[in-house]
Design a protein. Sequence first.
Length: 218
Amino acid sequence: MTELPDLGLNKSEAAAALTPAARRLHRLALTAFAEAGRAPRRADLERDARDHGIDPGPALAELTERDVLAVDERGEIRAAYPFSPVPTRHHVSWDGAASTVYAMCAIDALGVSAMLGIPITISSTEPDTDRTVTVHVDQRTARWRPDTAVVFAGATEDTCCPSVDRTCGYINFFTSPDAVRRWTARNPGVTGVVLDQDQALASAVAEFGALLRREGQR
């Protein structure tokens, strides 16, 4: 059994602790993002919430408080983990997708397949070198190129900020463990752990695999 390090992400735990109304709105936001390839606008999300009998104000406040969504000063979505509304180095695509979507980090990208229940392809780049890492993921299985690729799960020491600011930029694919060591030597302010391929995928499934699962589903 793959041992999972504690990455401090806790998206699965946070989502499981949501009230029923907030959980329904969370699923609506993720589904809309996956179907359109972009974040739903605040006005659209509020309308969808009301259409489903959800008071959007308290539900959205709960989602941001639990850090399963992050919003900007205008209330628009800036993170709907695992999805990013702005380009990142982690491109995610699948058959029938409206467009390529972007993931917030490497672990988020690896979790999209289990969350949606479909095969995906991730194309990412290594920090500083821009060397390409490609991963074909089918829920709990994956093929990596290069086969030496790993994930570095890093974070800054600032714990007061949401994940979008504290960790997402520092959880990346690398072409090898040696590449991670060179990068961390140049970035001593970021601490973290190197995950092998099995650990990274298992962590991603644990974080995101159940987010769109309905009550009673296994």
